[in-house]
Design a protein around this ligand. Sequence first.
Ligand code: TYC
Length: 101
Amino acid sequence: MSNTETKPRTKVRTKTERPRLHKVILVNDDFTPREFVVTVLKAEFRMTEDQAHKVMITAHRLGVCVVAVFTKDVAETKATRATDAGRAKGYPLLFTTEPEE
Ligand code: TYC
């Protein structure tokens, strides 16, 4: 009988990788009122009036603005909820997500 059998060994990982974060991106449009965008940013992303206004005006001027980063699930849920808040009022307001590099 052989005594040389070895137990399967799980690979030792010295480093624990963090889950990749995902950006929530606010997209500009020509129809959603500025004040409504600010209201949604405050409600869904817990921003102050000042922070929300800066993000809104950046998207308005440049076309898009990164709102915040979260884990994939949280980013997608927040982007969907914020987009739905606009849709409920008939606005084409859009929040998208993308993985961070
Ligand atoms: N451009 C819109 C307006 O002039 C305001 C706006 C800003 C809409 C940012 C969407 O992501 C947005 N009423």
